[in-house]
Ligand binder design. Structure first.
Ligand code: NAD
Length: 433
């Protein structure tokens, strides 16, 4: 099939490359000319494990093309996938301007039947609005489908190629049939294509992210309670996770959830619910708990050193919002650095993949190191903010020698508290004595 994917960010690029991988002819379009130029030169502007290989293979096979001419991409395609950003607005609702701008361009370039597929995370009712926008300008036939994306950064290619499920919100048999054909190669092993009405599909995405964020905030609150009552959140996690109704996944306490999805999606669905006079009280609490949790590591630093941190230097291991990505959006490192630097602290940071993105956020306000151990030299303490695998088994003797004092604030529970104590570290983690 001939496909256009509009927006070549984390979702659009992975979607385009993975669909090309199954033989479809995909044109990826973006208004960001720099991005398209890079992609045409074979440079992938994001870090996503496994993407480089399928990107290169499908460019070589001439199944994956890039353009800034969004209209041309639309005219050449049977299925047009919208994968542009829906960032938060100041009032916390989703900014839909990019999605509706694409709908406008679709309207002007509809040269025959097409399916417009919304992969962006969008408030309920968006597909209806897209349909109205297009219908105002054309008499051509078209369908609008909601096909929310569930990939997670760091494992996006794998998630796309082997999805737990594919959700298709559709109100036309013709579109349903074509959408099932589009995804046929991805569900051969039995993972379901779940077909539903459009509004339910739109809400499913927010409900999924809402539930996952709830698990995180729940565990963070339990971890905080563990610290007060002298319990160990790791034991509690195993204890509850072995109940099949609960499960072991997504029960890790830490520095609060971040990234480009959970914070904005939780706020957006809360806003939608308020508009419909049906408040989501649990998610309102989840959002509040997360704001508090982000600052817990700062609280521990301040409790250890006092309020005035002038003259203190902290080594940071990890800047990205989570491991296996370079994405800095809503990363815990941002909140931590802002708060501690307002108290006078300075920073020496290392992240395996997010240094370029971090430079865009912090500029030269922090020092960057190409090696984790070098970032430790002369620092007063180490703060761990991202759970990169390479931080899990460091040379603790070297860590101790490089730091001024052996103090570690671990926002990701990477180490055993007893082992750290025995090695002479003052060790702070989350929800453990
Ligand atoms: P992103 O910011 O990485 O990419 C968005 C891209 O869209 C950018 O390259 C931008 O230049 C382009 N764009 C903006 N306006 C455009 C226009 N009018 N025409 C063409 N291109 C335009 O965003 P993302 O992380 O890929 O997220 C895209 C959507 O997918 C969002 O709604 C997000 O909530 C959702 N989503 C993201 C993830 C994730 O892990 N990142 C997962 C599932 C769903």
């Amino acid at each position: 099939m001939k496909l256009a994917v509009i927006g070549t960010g984390y979702v659009g690029l992975v979607t385009g490359a993975c669909l090309a991988e199954t033989g479809h002819d995909v044109t990826c379009a973006d208004i960001d000319a720099d991005k398209i130029n890079q992609l045409r030169k074979g440079i992938i502007p994001i870090y996503e494990p496994g993407l480089e290989e399928i990107f290169a293979a499908n460019v070589t096979k001439k199944r994956l093309h890039f353009t800034t001419d969004v209209g041309e991409a639309i005219r050449g395609a049977l299925i047009v996938m919208i994968a542009v950003g829906t960032p938060p607005r100041p009032d916390k609702s989703a900014d839909m301007s990019a999605v509706f701008a694409v709908a406008d361009i679709v309207a002007k370039n509809l040269n025959g039947y097409k399916i417009i597929v919304d992969k962006s995370t969008v408030p309920v009712g968006t597909a209806d609005r897209i349909r109205e926008i297009i219908a105002e300008s054309t008499t051509e036939e078209f369908d609008v489908v909601s096909n929310p994306e569930f990939l997670k950064e760091g494992d996006a290619v794998n998630d796309f190629l082997k999805p737990d499920r594919i959700i298709i919100g559709v109100n036309s048999e013709r579109a349903e049939k074509l959408m099932k054909e589009l995804y046929a190669a991805f569900v051969r092993t039995g993972h379901p294509v779940i077909v539903m009405d459009v509004r339910s599909a739109e809400l499913t995405k927010y409900a999924a992210n809402g539930f996952l964020a709830t698990k995180i905030s729940f565990m963070n609150e339990m971890a905080n309670l563990c610290e007060k009552v002298g319990a160990d959140i790791t034991a509690v996690r195993f204890g509850i996770g072995s109940d099949k109704r609960i499960g072991q996944y997504f029960l890790f306490p830490g520095v609060g959830y971040g990234g480009s999805c959970f914070p904005k999606d939780i706020k957006a669905i809360i806003t939608t619910a308020q508009e419909y006079d049906s408040p989501l009280q649990i998610l309102e609490a989840v959002d509040r708990v997360n704001s508090v949790q982000r600052m817990k590591i700062v609280e521990k630093v301040v409790k250890h050193y006092g309020d005035d941190l002038s003259g203190k230097t902290f080594a940071l291991w990890g800047l990205a919002f989570k491991a296996r990505t370079d994405d800095m959006r809503e990363a815990a490192s941002i909140y931590t650095i802002e708060d501690l630097s307002a108290r006078g602290a300075t920073f020496q940071a290392y992240d395996p993949k997010a240094m370029d993105e971090a430079r865009k956020v912090f500029g030269d306000r922090i020092k960057y190191f190409e090696d984790g151990y070098e970032a430790l030299s002369g620092a007063d303490a180490l703060l761990i903010l991202t759970e990169w695998s390479e931080f899990r088994e460091p040379d603790f003797d070297l860590v101790k020698r490089r730091l001024k004092e052996p103090v570690v604030f671990d926002g990701r529970n990477l180490y055993e508290p007893a082992r750290m104590r025995d090695s002479g570290f003052t060790y702070y983690s989350v929800g453990r004595a």
